[in-house]
Design a protein around this ligand. Structure first.
Ligand code: SF4
Length: 382
């Protein structure tokens, strides 16, 4: 791998293994700058950039959950449990605010628990996204809500966010999305094909923690000389879908390559990279709202199941995958609600599929490994 790639991976590994150390360093380099955490995934981070702040994705991770059970049930998904444990343990005390999107009942529940128990440490607010995306009223409603959230941040931090600053932040947000896109395209090239799923998830995840001015130059340097030729991939090509806002442990992700599969398309961090480029002229609030409404469908945000299955089939055909794996977080209602329908549609299109559920944290069952190996074997002759 190139020196540019090794450098990028090293930086991203460091940031993702110690995200709050990066936040602390960013604050030291930007005196007075505010760090605003966001619960995955649909929070318009442009608002934070516009006030000169740092948006920080909170993705949970390996922590023994104990104190959080005083507030939430054991049958909530693991990202809700682990982020709450981290927050109660003081791991997020360096943050100045945390924004939640109402992507599911669990996220709404955890937002209110944080508001009750952690508001003495940082501002906790909910960005009330519209439930329906196909109504003409959705855009105006969301634009008003973004104005309200911006006002709450202005008041809390005694700053003014001008519309010009927000237009500039939209340009930064577009640059970040373009970096994600170009990295995902680069993964399909001869050189990029050597990147494992674990490495790709590390690199994409770092983009949700680092400031775009720190992150984008590293990706832009890497992809400058894109090799247009498609690689002859080792492993059976598959698409992975279902990662609404949660990520399995690196040991789990590493199983894909070791069991003879090659993931060519996935939902890794789709929530932060699914919006199209946002128009930077005109009313920035309306433009951000329009960008949200036009985003690619996923379990936590779609216009209806038809568009989601159409996009899934298109992605499978585009990369010539032989099968699809539904990787579904345990206790994640949005993903489990969509699953049956998507399975039926892929079956109709004669695309083999496999369903595997997961939680954050280490520990892989031998059964999962066996099922992946068996699936890879059945696909070989397809
Ligand atoms: S994993 Fe599913 S249930 Fe959990 S917060 Fe995300 S969308 Fe909600």
């Amino acid at each position: 791998m190139s020196q540019d790639y090794c450098q990028l991976l090293e930086v991203c590994r460091d940031v993702t293994s110690r995200p709050m150390v990066y936040v602390s360093d960013w604050k030291r380099r930007n005196p007075g700058g505010k760090a605003v955490g966001f619960f995955p995934t649909h929070v318009p981070t442009e608002i934070v950039y516009a006030m000169g702040g740092l948006p920080v994705g909170l993705w949970g991770g390996d922590i023994v959950v104990d104190n959080a059970y005083a507030h939430i049930q054991q049958f909530t998904c693991s990202i809700v449990r682990s982020t709450t444990e981290y927050a109660l343990a003081g791991s997020y005390d360096i943050l100045d605010a945390v924004l939640f999107p109402p992507i599911c009942d669990s996220a709404k529940l955890v937002a209110s628990i944080w508001q009750l128990n952690l508001s003495n440490k940082f501002l906790v607010d909910m960005v009330n996204l519209p439930e329906r995306l196909d109504s003409p009223a959705s855009i105006a409603y969301l634009a008003d809500e973004l104005r309200r959230v911006t006002g709450a941040l202005e008041q809390r931090f005694d700053v003014m966010v001008s519309e010009d600053a927000l237009r500039g932040a939209i340009i930064s947000g577009n640059r970040l999305r373009a970096a994600y896109e170009s990295f995902c395209a680069w993964r399909l090239t001869k050189i990029g094909a050597a990147v494992t799923l674990v490495e790709a998830s590390t690199i994409l995840r770092a983009g949700t923690i680092m400031h775009c001015d720190d992150y984008c130059p590293l990706i832009e340097k890497l992809v400058r000389n894109v090799n247009e030729h498609q690689n002859t991939f080792g492993g059976v090509p598959v698409v992975v879908t279902g990662l609404a806002c949660q990520l399995p442990h690196a040991d789990f992700l590493a199983l894909f390559e070791t069991t003879g599969l090659r993931v060519l398309e996935d939902d890794l961090f789709l929530g932060v990279r699914a919006a199209p480029a946002v128009i930077s002229d005109g009313d920035p609030y309306m433009n951000l709202a329009q960008g949200f409404v036009k985003s690619k469908p996923m379990a936590t945000r779609h216009h209806g199941l038809i568009k989601r299955h159409e996009l899934l089939l298109e992605r499978i055909r585009h990369v010539k995958a032989k099968g699809v794996i539904f990787l579904v977080p345990k206790f994640c209602e949005p993903e489990w609600f969509d699953l049956r329908y998507l399975q039926a549609e892929t079956k109709k299109a004669s695309i083999p599929s496999l369903v595997i559920d997961f939680e954050e944290g280490p520990g892989i069952s031998g059964q999962v490994q066996t099922r992946l190996e068996a699936f890879a074997e059945t696909l070989v002759g397809q």
